[in-house]
Design a protein around this ligand. Structure first.
Ligand code: SF4
Length: 435
């Protein structure tokens, strides 16, 4: 079979800045599986590929197009499927990825043939094998064994949905990085150019009320065997690696083991990872050890500067833990990238308080998001009847999807943009953004 793997363009008003661009690791896992089965496959990264997709489809003539994306790319994913069917209605389309996993019903459209919810490459392999040989590859009801989490239309055109069970992350292959190596100049995280992306765990054991990460993989946190992680790292031809686990320090014992293994291997790389404030603040020796093996940035969802907001997010941290976290990272000689959130209930003083917090805590990189209730999370259930926007592109954490309660919409955006600019200038003054 010939398969085209597509990541559509990302609608993001700040994309012009090109400060953070990730390798499409999810497509590289699919590519690895497809090539191992003897298929022809290639990646079309719509974020960077300047070739019109229509021309690519006509040239490659794929049998199947697999499309992934985040929540803000939902319409872009459907637009890709529509284009595929216009070019040739016989090409099969399958949608997958984290947004599909949590919101599969949004993809029940005539232009999508399959909704693939599992993150398992074994499940994907079974799917590809069936599509490749079945006389009617659209109808999976003729297959004896149901494929984990697959949604498809039966011979009557009705959507059928297989049960979704959590998968074993250790079945992930070491990804084929040929796409990354050919396009490495495109990917970066701040000053770290040609940065590779790596996944060592699924989901998150915490349960912050605004976050969808906990819901992934059927809500089951799973870590990859560290021997496999090391094998992948040793073979990875990149000086910088962003570990994109939702919380790399969720298992402190494992993080220590990783630190010892990297040290013993003599591996020299720069690392960036996500972590929680309480884990950082409670483990200063670990942060020092991680810094020694190359961890340069810890991206921490601090979210708020006061306990009341942290409680509302069910973050299970406090403002003083947040302060201790920043200090611990700075004492180790690394940088904390602080992710803050402004709620729709914010007034001007709340925006100013975040700026003052960044000044007082010597932060260089502080980003601000607007609170956005993500479908599938507890806070979505709480706010869903008050949502004011129907545009899925507004779920990018840069738009209001709830009516601001203390400021007019214009004044809310004015304060949000003002804060973003002030934080950027503060970071620049402190030596950030200086490449
Ligand atoms: S915000 Fe972070 S710690 Fe909380 S559930 Fe999400 S990934 Fe886990």
């Amino acid at each position: 079979m010939r398969v085209l793997l597509v990541r559509p363009k990302a609608p993001n008003v700040f994309r012009f800045s090109r400060l953070v661009e990730n390798e499409p690791i999810e497509l590289e896992y699919l590519l690895t599986t497809l090539l191992a089965l003897g298929n022809e496959a290639q990646i079309y990264d719509g974020i960077f590929d300047s070739r019109p997709l229509k021309n690519v489809l006509k040239k490659i003539k794929p049998d199947l197009v697999a499309i992934t994306g985040y929540i803000t790319q939902e319409n872009a994913m459907k637009a890709v499927a529509t284009l595929v069917k216009k070019v040739d209605a016989n090409i099969l389309t399958v949608a997958g990825g984290v947004h599909v996993q949590l919101n599969p019903d949004s993809f029940k459209t005539p232009v999508i043939d399959f909704i693939f919810r599992s993150a398992s490459m074994q499940d994907f392999e079974a799917f590809i094998k069936f599509v490749g040989v079945a006389s009617n590859p659209r109808d999976f009801s003729t297959r004896d064994e149901p494929i984990n989490g697959l949604m498809y239309r039966d011979s009557f055109g009705d959507w059928q949905s297989n049960d979704l069970i959590s998968v074993d992350i250790n079945t992930l292959p070491i990804p084929d990085r040929s796409h990354f190596y050919a396009n490495r100049h495109l990917y970066r995280y701040l000053e770290f150019k040609e940065i590779a992306t790596m996944k060592t765990a699924f989901s998150c054991p915490q349960s912050c009320a605004f976050c969808y990460c906990k819901q992934l993989n059927g809500g089951k946190y799973q870590t990859r065997d560290l021997d496999t992680v090391m094998e992948e790292l040793m073979s990875l031809k990149a000086d910088c690696v962003q570990i994109v686990d939702d919380d790399f320090l969720a298992d402190i014992k494992r993080a220590w083991s990783f630190t010892r293994m990297v040290k013993a291997s003599g591996l020299k790389k720069s690392f960036i990872c996500y972590a929680r404030a309480d884990e950082v603040a409670g483990n200063p020796d670990l942060i020092i050890a991680l810094k020694e093996i190359g961890f340069r940035y810890f991206i921490v969802g601090l979210e708020a500067v006061n306990d009341a907001e942290l409680l509302a997010y069910d973050k299970r941290t406090t403002a003083s833990i947040n302060r201790a976290c920043i200090q611990t990272i700075q004492d180790a000689g690394a940088q904390c990238i602080a992710l803050m959130t402004v709620p729709h209930t914010a007034e001007k003083s709340d925006f100013d308080a975040i700026y003052t917090w960044a000044v007082d805590n010597n932060l260089v990189y502080t980003t601000v998001s607007i609170f956005t209730p993500i479908p599938g999370t507890p806070l979505y259930e709480l706010h869903k009847t008050s949502i004011t926007s129907k545009k899925i592109e507004h779920w990018d954490f840069l738009h209001l999807v709830l009516k601001p309660t203390r400021l007019s919409k214009i004044m809310f955006y004015f304060n949000f943009i003002r804060l973003t600019v002030r934080l950027y200038l503060l970071g620049k003054k402190r030596g950030g953004f200086s490449w």
